[in-house]
Design a protein around this ligand. Structure first.
Ligand code: HEC
Length: 212
């Protein structure tokens, strides 16, 4: 063997052995859920210390996140209600609520027509006077047969939906006088008063129809 290759082999061997330190691999550690002789209860997996909050999860603003202050549901909105918020609320309502509550809020949405429990009309006096915090809570935690929409609607969207529900409720009893005078032209021409129509005959029941 030439001298050069011997030197090269020695340098290579030194480099190779030098990289064989195991320190990082041998540091003390537990495999997930393995037993421990250090802790009294024998578990290596420890509970979070009480009061631990994950990053970004410090939800001190309970009015915004829970719709309540203390145990009291809030009776106002924790965000400013703008036209953009109402548009967003309408969009989310039509996607997530209308299948049951219907676009009108009357509660005869398509799923209800196919047999799901009928919700109360959102135009009921009780729900018209319900606080925004209450409706927010229904969306967040569900209510009776209605399940929670918390996973589908982040808090800001929930408030937008609550605002839109309020708008739906107000629209029912609204008159021309509720529209500022300078914006009335945007409503377009008023429809002519409907002519008295003869009442249509009751449609035949499915049984009668089959008999024909
Ligand atoms: C899958 C059908 C369904 C969907 C979708 C749905 N709801 Fe409901 N909702 C119900 C039913 C059913 C009830 C009545 C529950 C009961 O009384 O057991 C109800 C009740 C309510 C109530 C009245 C609670 C009370 O005090 O009587 C409100 C307010 C409400 N829903 C709002 C919403 C909003 C806002 C959305 C959209 C984010 C929504 N719901 C989506 C089925 C639905």
């Amino acid at each position: 063997m030439s001298r050069i290759s011997v030197v090269a082999a020695v340098i290579g061997l030194v480099g190779f052995l030098g990289s064989c330190r195991q320190d990082m691999h041998d540091q003390p550690r537990y495999r997930p859920l393995s037993a421990s002789r250090f802790f009294g209860d024998g578990r290596s997996a420890r509970d979070f210390p009480e009061g631990t909050v994950a990053r970004g999860q410090l939800r001190l603003d309970t009015a915004f996140y829970e719709g309540r202050v203390g145990t009291q549901e809030i009776s106002s909105f924790p965000i400013p209600i703008t036209a953009a918020v109402l548009d967003r609320g309408q969009d989310r309502y039509n996607i997530y609520c209308s299948p049951c509550h219907a676009y009108t809020g009357e509660g005869n949405g398509m799923i209800v027509q196919r047999g799901f429990t009928a919700p109360p009309s959102l135009h009921e006096a009780r729900l018209k006077s319900a606080t925004p915090g209450y409706i927010y809570d229904v969306i967040t935690n569900g209510f009776g047969a209605m399940y929670s929409y918390a996973s589908r609607l982040p808090p800001a969207d929930r408030w937008a939906v609550v605002a839109y529900v309020r708008a739906l409720q107000l629209s029912r009893g609204a008159t021309l006088a509720d529209v500022p005078e300078d914006r009335r032209p945007e409503l377009g021409p008023r429809p002519p008063a409907p002519a008295a129509q003869p009442q249509p005959a009751t449609p035949p029941s499915p049984v009668e129809r089959r008999a024909r």
